[in-house]
Design a protein around this ligand. Structure first.
Ligand code: NAD
Length: 285
């Protein structure tokens, strides 16, 4: 059975200031990205949606993009006047060009790009059609390439690019051949871009989520999985939330990660750390 779609909520722990000085420093932290322009792809929901919320909360101007216009418009209007939604199919170079022209003409320049648009197909290789294989590469890998190329070309004062790879682009996973190939590719692209763009002050990193509660993991493609048994294989014994991934992306976007480029950060509850020894399931009587 497919899991129910999780509600897109942002669980931020917002502490209460005890003194005026504490209040000032907390306001400063909340506005950490004020004056920063962020473009997020796949921002209508899931991890991209959580990024749009978190960056907006921290004072950034956010350009949300997606092919799901209804959900994107709804979220962007909820996030306030410094958040814009535009339709963008990441696989269409002409749409990237049109959007960047618009942003440029509005006098803004992108400082942070989050390439989050993506999807997963789960099928054994022998049951994967050529069309499915190509469409995975086109969306997950070519889309990330086009975003990186289009936006990096316009980042004049440096910037930060964060790509959504996957734990499945670190550990080969049966039945995720097309998806895994696209995500191993995203990691390669990330590292090459980091090498080539470092002298322009542009950092490029990848985040590799394990299993996160979003539309992807709830999709019919994963419906036959024994979800409970799968969750037992995660050391932290639970799926992650989109907000937990967004917080790592926020770290990679800002100056706190100023000396980090070309790396992958796993956000996977420990799954990628190694194997755990199975325990006996027979009960003592
Ligand atoms: N959810 C997970 O467990 C998980 C794990 C590892 C990596 N990831 C990666 O994280 C990224 C975000 O995934 P998610 O879980 O938030 O998925 P999601 O399905 O919740 O969101 C993906 C968004 O991408 C959009 N999209 C699809 N095709 C597009 C296109 N051609 N152009 C623009 N937008 C398009 C969708 O409309 C959707 O809003 C993906 O790249 C995914 O591969 C997710």
């Amino acid at each position: 059975m497919a899991e129910a779609l999780p509600a897109l909520t942002l669980e931020l722990e917002i502490p209460i200031p005890r003194t005026p000085e504490e209040s000032d420093s907390m306001n400063e932290a909340a506005q950490k990205f004020s004056g920063t322009t962020v473009l997020v792809t796949g921002a209508s929901k899931g991890i991209g949606g959580a990024c749009a919320r978190l960056f907006a909360h921290h004072g950034a101007t956010v350009w949300m993009t997606d092919i799901d216009d209804a959900a994107g418009m709804e979220l962007s209007s909820a996030l306030g006047p410094n958040t814009y939604f535009r339709h963008l199919d990441v696989t269409a170079e002409s749409e990237w060009n049109a959007l960047l022209l618009e942003i440029n003409e509005s006098g803004q320049q992108i400082d942070v790009l989050v390439n989050s648009a993506g999807a997963a197909v789960k099928a054994p290789l022998l049951e994967t059609s050529l069309e499915q294989f190509r469409s995975m590469l086109e969306l997950n890998l070519v889309g990330t390439f086009l975003g990186t190329k289009s936006v990096a070309g316009q980042m004049r004062g440096g910037g930060s690019i964060i790509n959504l790879a996957s734990l499945r682009g670190v550990l080969a996973t049966a039945e995720l051949g097309a998806y895994g190939a696209s995500k191993f590719g995203v990691r390669a692209l990330t590292k090459v871009a980091a090498l080539e763009l470092a002298d322009r002050g542009i950092r490029v990193n990848a985040v590799c989520p394990g299993s996160i509660d979003t539309q992807i993991t709830a999709s019919p493609d994963f419906a036959d999985d024994d979800v409970e048994a799968y969750i037992q294989t995660i050391p932290m014994q639970r799926r992650g939330t989109p907000e937990e991934v967004a917080k790592v992306i926020l770290f990679l976007a800002g100056e706190d990660s100023g000396y980090i480029t070309g790396t992958d950060i796993l956000v996977d509850g420990g799954t990628g750390a190694g194997a755990r020894t199975p325990k006996k399931t027979t009960q003592k009587v």
